[in-house]
Design a binder for this molecule. Sequence first.
Ligand SMILES: NC(=O)c1ccc[n+]([C@@H]2O[C@H](COP(=O)([O-])OP(=O)(O)OC[C@H]3O[C@@H](n4cnc5c(N)ncnc54)[C@H](O)[C@@H]3O)[C@@H](O)[C@H]2O)c1
Length: 291
Amino acid sequence: MKEFKGKVAVITGAASGIGRGIAERCVSEGMRVVLADIDDANLAKAESELKALGETVLGVRTDVSKRSDVELLARQTLDAFGQVHLLVNNAGVGAGGSPWEATWNDWEWVIGVNLWGVIHGVKVFTPLMLSQNVECHIVNTASAAGLVVGGSSAPYSVTKHAVVTLSESLYLTLQRRSALVKVSVLCPGLVRTNIANCEDRRPADLKNEAVEISPEMRAGLAAFKKFIEVSMTPSQVADMVFEAIKNEQFYILTHPEWIEVIQMRTDNLLRMEDPRDPALTVMKLIQSAKA
Ligand SMILES: NC(=O)c1ccc[n+]([C@@H]2O[C@H](COP(=O)([O-])OP(=O)(O)OC[C@H]3O[C@@H](n4cnc5c(N)ncnc54)[C@H](O)[C@@H]3O)[C@@H](O)[C@H]2O)c1
């Protein structure tokens, strides 16, 4: 897709961070934009701020982990605008530590939002887009964490690897049918967003009982928050996403410093060597990139 003016975009997780950055870019391209998010206050704020820029914007409260919410999102989009051309399955959260210490609630919440959210978007919107028989594009937000050895949050890494695979499968099956629906998978490194505070969005029925956070996890979270504050901005990511849509580019790797770590995993795997921890290499590369 090279022309965007007047076309319709649906973005999940659009009230903050990367989703909001992509929504702003959609508005500046003259698209009509549906913002979907679970955070009522930020959604209303994003809707009114983007409307003030002069384009047609609709906020729809959506919990992407619920199939019925995503079906309703599609219905409301079609009722308002008649069509949809760009879908960005972007809503995401992070929680939990090692595979056995992450709580049942951590696993359920993260898989619900990060993986079921994308499955719901793909299952509901792909047939709609195919039936329109016009150029469309689906962007799924995974992460660089979906391409490297699993990090300290097992639920997060598991879902992001799954989103990469789901996107590859979607790409190939659509390509075999010469469909007009194109696909990209977005795999960012650190981006300056609100993700470190995502606990605020955890639904009441999936809250953890007060759990003791290990000093190791506390230190990891503090370092993560520090790095994120000086990371790439959502609008830089949005620019790369739009370049990829225009060029029909599937993989979107926004952070060159992660390439070495992706390579490290691939080399290890092909040599059947044991996994190496990517965290230290990534931190070193980020620091040297900033120096
Ligand atoms: N920030 C980073 O460094 C980074 C790196 C790689 C990948 N990502 C991915 O980017 C995506 C966007 O995250 P972000 O960094 O912009 O974080 P963010 O917290 O700023 O934005 C995420 C948005 O998703 C919404 N959301 C949470 N649960 C939801 C649900 N059940 N239904 C609908 N919306 C929901 C939140 O309310 C929030 O507005 C996520 O998939 C995340 O995993 C982020």
